[in-house]
Each structure stands twice: as C-alpha cells, then as structure tokens.
Design a protein around this ligand. Structure first.
Ligand code: SF4
Length: 277
C-alpha cells in the first residue's frame, strides 16, 4: 500500500468515525467512476477557512435570496447558444474553450477584488459534479475551488463514498471571490452562471451535488432553501441533482447529525451515479 493510499484510507476512516459509523461491512468494490464514454459522450465531458467562520448560514430565517427568474437578465441563464455544445466533442477541449471565452473576465464587479479566476477542476468526463457558490480566500489565491479547510472537508466527503477528488469535477456558480466571503449577489450570479451552465453541458455528469443554498437555488432556479431541499432528488435539464450542505457550514455546525445528513446525501448521490448508464 502506498503512503498516499494509506493517507486516503486514514482520512476516510476518520471521517466515518466522526459521523458515528462504528462498523463497516465488506462488499464488492464499486464500479469505476469513469467508464468508457457512452454514445452520448462518444468522441466527446472552503468556501475557505475564512468562509467557515463567516456569518453565512444555510438558510437562516430571513436569508432567502430572490429567485433568478426575478433577476433582470436571468432569462438567459440556461440558454446555451450557437450549437457550440456538440455532444460529440471532447469535453476537455470544450472546457478549454469555455475557459478561453471567459478570459480575464470583467463582466461583473467581482473582478475588482479577485486575485485569480477559479474556473473549476477535475475530470472533464466526471460522472459526479460538485457545485458550490463561489471562491473563498484560499481558492482566490490558488485559482482552484475548494482548497481551504472547507475543501479538505469536501475531499473527505468525496473519499467517504469511495471516490477521489481527481475523478469528480468541482466548480462554483461565480468564478471570482465575493468580498468578505459574502454570498454572490443575484446580478453577479446572472452574469457568471452561464459559464457554469456551459461547463455542465460539456461534462454531462450523471449526477450533480449542489453544495449550500446559493448554488442550489441557482441551479434549480428556486427560492426554496437548502434545509428543505437537502436530501431530496431534484433535476436540472434531466440530470439528477442532490442538494446538500456546504462543507463550510458543516465546519461551523459541526454536529454528528449534520455530518450524518451530508453523508446520507452523498451515499444517495453515489448510488444514483452507479445506476445511471
Ligand atoms: Fe466574470 Fe464571473 Fe468573475 Fe464576474 S464572477 S468577473 S462574470 S468570471
């Protein structure tokens, strides 16, 4: 066993112990996360520590955000233009093109305070995709999503369902860090999220897990908060969506009950992913 594998295993067992799992049963190993692409893919896809200590709450009373349908310009949110998302195209190439199209973006005010654009990371053919709301301080500095304390928690969550960070795809609704780790504003979401839509269209994951309230509300175009939606199957353009708590919230509300809920959500996502063709 390599040191990396030993470390991953220790993390995984540690997370299970934290959420109260005392006993494991041995079963057949799960199928590989990434299979040969089916025909539809044929030739073709912490919040940081500061975020964890910020005042953000998963749907605290009075924190409902306006639905995107009420945002000026949001009508274009789910439009993919120009036939550019040919399903036969290589998703890695398509993601590179989307990143190029984004460029050194100044389309919304969030560019003013950013250090690096945080586009997304992972396997362009991932069967499971995680979507958060926006970068925190560590992500802004490194240009990669979920690399701070919340990112470490997300990594443990991914390991806990037998997957690896490199085999999923992780992205945010907005690609630049909101100041003071606030939630992204509706107009910022409306401006930036078409790039997320294009990422989803390129990767074509079998299952999406939304992390926290802003990401869930954006993707599902709903006002309903995460406390009501988590653990329930939703759908985005035919892709099953499992909303769950943001890892940063989990760090703040570090109860065994919350960790268990998230693990249940992730287990459901993994099982659904395995069932999807
Ligand atoms: Fe551009 Fe998105 Fe950054 Fe706004 S958040 S400047 S739209 S990349």
């Amino acid at each position: 066993m390599t040191d990396d594998l030993r470390s991953d295993l220790a993390n995984w067992l540690g997370y299970l112990k934290e959420i109260g799992v005392e006993e494991l049963t041995v079963r057949e190993p799960p199928p590989p996360l990434v299979e040969d692409p089916p025909s539809s893919h044929a030739a073709e896809p912490s919040r940081a520590a500061a975020r964890a200590t910020a005042s953000h709450s998963e749907d605290a009373p009075g924190e409902e955000k306006p639905a995107l349908s009420k945002v000026e310009g949001a009508g274009d949110l789910f439009r993919i233009g120009g036939g550019e998302d040919d399903p036969d195209r290589d998703p890695a190439v398509r993601l590179d093109e989307i990143r190029s199209e984004l460029g050194e973006c100044t389309r919304c005010r969030l560019h003013e305070g950013r250090t690096k654009i945080v586009f997304g990371v992972g396997d362009p053919r991932a069967r499971l995709m995680f979507i958060g709301e926006g970068p925190g301080a560590d992500e802004d500095a490194q240009g990669e999503p979920f690399v701070g304390r919340a990112g470490q928690t997300l990594n443990k969550m991914i390991l806990s369902i037998g997957l690896e960070r490199e085999k999923v795809y992780i992205a945010n609704v907005v690609k630049c860090r909101p100041p003071d780790n606030r939630d992204p504003k509706p107009d910022e979401i409306a401006t930036c999220s078409p790039f997320l839509v294009k990422q989803i269209e390129s990767i074509r994951p079998r299952v999406i897990v939304t992390l926290g309230s802003p990401a869930t509300k954006t993707l599902l175009n709903t006002k309903t908060g995460i406390t009501k939606l988590r653990g329930t199957w939703q759908s985005y353009r035919g892709i099953p969506v499992m909303p769950t708590f943001h890892p940063a919230y989990l760090l703040r509300a570090y109860t065994q009950e919350n960790r268990r809920r998230v693990w249940d959500d992730l287990k459901a996502a993994r099982a659904r992913m395995d069932r999807e063709p």
